[in-house]
Design a protein around this ligand. Structure first.
Ligand code: MN
Length: 513
C-alpha cells in the first residue's frame, strides 16, 4: 500500500445468485475472501481492497452500491461474477454508483481440473459466461468502466488493477480539490482558459481567485526568522555559488525575497486548504515594491518549483486546468519515483529525425524531474511588471521515456490530449539559466507536434516519467471526457479522422446517456 492512499479503499463485490443454493454462495464467499487477501498480499496494489461480500439480488446490489457511494473511504468498486449473476439485477445498483468501476474477468481456479471436474464445479465456477452477462449490461447502459482480464494472481492482471487504483485515488483527490488563482488568466490567452463551472461538474475541482491585496495580509504576517530559516534550508539543499550567502549582496537579498514569497504562498494554501495554484507575472502586489516592500519583487518562481515538488498543482499565467492536472499527475504517480513537472513548449531544435522541443518556463519547472541536484541561482528576469533579478533552481531533466498531457476546453466538452515523448540529453545553455527538458514527441517531431497542434493542445502540459497511456485511458474513462493519444503509431490522416469521428461521437454520447 502507498502512504498517500492509506485512507482509501477499493471495494470488491462478487456477483452470484441463489439458484444453486446457499452452499454454493458460501463457497463463492470463501473463494472471494481468498482472492482479495491474495491480491492485497501481492505487494502490487497501492490501495487496499476490501471484500464486501456476494450480491445475490437486485436489492443486495443496490444496497452495496449505495453504501459504496456514501462511504468517503471508498474510491471505487471492483466487480467479479463468480457464478452466473443475471445482469438485470445490476441495473439499479449501477445507476446508483458514480464512483470508478472496474470489472475483473477472472476465475478462482487457474486451470480446469480435468480429472475431477463435474457439473457442481461447472455451476460454481461460471465467470466465463457470468462476466459476459455483466459486461453486456454495462455496455447496454453505456456505463463507463475499466475491464481487466486475467488470472487474479498474475502480475500482469494486478498491474492493470494497480493503474486503475492510482487513477481512482487521484480522481477522489480531485473531487475536493481547490485551485487558487493569484491573478487572472494572462490577458487574451485562449488555450489555457475555459469553463470553470463545467470543470467542476465534469472533473470535480473548484477554482477560486484571490486578489493580491488579500495575499499581502499573509505576506505581512510572515516572520523574519522563518525567512532566515528557509534561506538556510535552500543553501543546505541546493548547490549554489558561496557568494550568494553574503548578506550584503543583491543575490542574497533576492534569495531572501524568494523565501518570503514561498512562505506567503504556503500560508495561503494551507489556510484555504488548497491543492494547487496559479500565478500571473503581471499581478504581484504593489508596483513600487522596491520602495514599499509590499509585494513580490518578481514572480514566485522558486516557490512554485518547490511547491510543485511537494504535490501542489501549478499552472503559470492563470492556467488553472494545468494546475489541477499537475496535481492529478503527481498524485497518480505517488511512490513511483521518477518524477513529474508542469512544462511549456519553449523553443524548437530542428535536427532531422532528432528534431526536438526545449521544454522550460520562465522559472517554474519542478525539480522532481532533475537529472542531478538542482543549483540555486539568481539572475535577471525581464518579463512582467518587474524587471529585476530573482532566484530559481537550475537543472536539466533526466533522459528517458515519458508522457505529457493537457486538457483543453473545446466548447461543450473537455479534450484530454496525451503524447508519448522521449527526453534526450540537451546541450548546455550558459545564457539561459532556467530548468529545462528536451524531448522528441512520438512518433517524431513532425507528426507529434503536428497532431498536438491540430488537436488544439496547449503550450503548457503536465509531464511524467512514471505514467503510461493506460493511466490516461483510465482517467478519461472515469471523467467521461475525450482522449486523443499521440504515439508511435499516429499518422496525421488517421488522427484527423479520429477527431472528426469524436466530434460526432460526443454529440451522440450526450443523447444516449
Ligand atoms: Mn507559460
Amino acid at each position: 500500500m502507498i502512504d498517500a492512499y492509506k485512507n482509501f479503499e477499493v471495494w470488491f463485490v462478487t456477483g452470484a445468485q441463489l439458484l444453486y443454493g446457499g452452499d454454493a454462495v458460501v463457497q463463492v464467499d470463501g473463494h472471494s475472501t481468498k482472492m482479495v487477501d491474495g491480491m492485497n498480499a501481492s505487494g502490487i496494489l497501492p490501495v487496499k481492497v476490501v471484500y464486501k461480500g456476494t450480491a445475490n439480488s437486485s436489492a443486495e446490489v443496490l444496497d452495496v452500491m449505495t453504501r459504496a457511494e456514501a462511504d468517503p473511504k471508498c474510491i471505487g468498486v471492483i466487480t467479479w461474477m463468480h457464478t452466473f449473476s443475471p445482469a438485470k439485477m445490476w441495473i439499479h445498483g449501477m445507476q446508483k454508483l458514480r464512483k470508478p468501476l472496474l470489472h475483473l474477468h477472472t476465475q478462482f481456479n487457474e486451470e480446469i481440473p480435468w480429472d475431477t471436474m463435474d457439473m457442481d464445479f461447472m455451476n460454481l465456477n461460471q465467470s466465463a459466461h457470468g462476466d459476459r452477462e455483466f459486461g453486456h449490461i454495462l455496455s447496454r447502459m453505456r456505463k463507463n468502466h475499466k475491464t481487466v482480464v486475467g488470472y487474479w494472481k498474475d502480475e500482469n492482471t494486478l498491474r492493470h488493477i494497480a493503474v486503475w487504483q492510482r487513477v481512482a485515488a487521484a480522481w477522489a483527490d480531485a473531487q475536493d480539490m481547490l485551485i487558487i488563482r493569484f491573478g487572472d488568466q494572462m490577458n487574451n490567452v485562449a488555450v489555457t482558459d475555459g469553463d470553470k463551472v463545467e470543470a467542476e461538474i465534469r472533473l470535480g475541482y473548484h477554482v477560486d481567485y484571490m486578489p493580491f491585496s488579500d495575499v499581502m495580509e499573509y505576506f505581512k504576517a510572515v516572520k523574519e526568522k522563518d525567512v532566515d530559516a528557509l534561506v538556510s534550508e535552500y543553501f543546505s539543499m541546493y548547490d549554489h555559488d558561496s557568494s550568494l550567502e553574503d548578506k550584503s549582496t543583491e543575490g542574497y537579498k533576492r534569495v531572501r525575497n524568494s523565501a518570503k514569497a514561498e512562505l506567503t504562498l504556503r500560508a495561503v494554501l494551507k489556510a484555504k486548504g488548497a491543492k494547487g495554484f496559479t500565478t500571473n507575472f503581471d499581478d504581484l502586489g504593489d508596483v513600487n515594491v522596491e520602495e514599499s516592500g509590499l509585494g513580490f519583487d518578481q514572480i514566485p518562481g522558486l516557490a512554485s518549483q518547490r511547491l510543485m515538488a511537494e504535490g501542489y498543482g501549478f499552472g503559470a499565467e492563470g492556467d488553472w486546468k494545468s494546475a489541477a492536472l499537475y496535481r492529478t499527475v503527481w498524485f497518480m504517480g505517488q511512490g513511483l519515483g521518477k518524477g513529474c513537472s508542469f512544462l511549456e513548449d519553449y523553443t524548437l531544435n530542428f535536427a532531422g529525425e532528432r528534431s526536438a522541443i526545449l521544454q522550460a518556463h520562465m522559472l517554474e519547472v519542478c525539480p522532481l524531474i532533475a537529472a542531478k541536484k538542482p543549483r540555486l541561482e539568481v539572475h535577471h528576469l525581464g518579463i512582467g511588471v518587474r524587471k529585476v533579478q530573482t532566484a530559481r533552481l537550475v537543472f536539466t531533466s533526466k533522459p528517458g521515456d515519458g508522457i505529457t498531457a493537457t486538457v483543453v476546453d473545446m466548447g461543450g466538452r473537455f479534450r484530454l490530449i496525451v503524447n508519448d515523448v522521449e527526453c534526450i540529453e540537451p546541450k548546455p545553455l550558459p545564457k539561459l539559466p532556467v530548468a529545462s527538458a528536451l524531448w522528441i514527441p512520438k512518433p517524431n517531431f513532425e507528426i507529434g507536434a503536428g497532431a498536438w497542434i491540430l488537436a488544439g493542445g496547449t503550450h503548457h502540459s503536465c509531464f511524467s516519467y512514471d505514467l503510461t497511456p493506460e493511466y490516461w485511458e483510465d482517467y478519461a474513462e472515469i471523467a467521461d471526457i475525450e482522449m486523443l493519444h499521440i504515439n508511435k503509431d499516429t499518422t496525421i490522416s488517421g488522427f484527423k479522422k479520429e477527431m472528426r469521428m469524436n466530434e460526432v461521437y460526443y454529440l451522440l454520447n450526450k443523447a444516449l446517456k
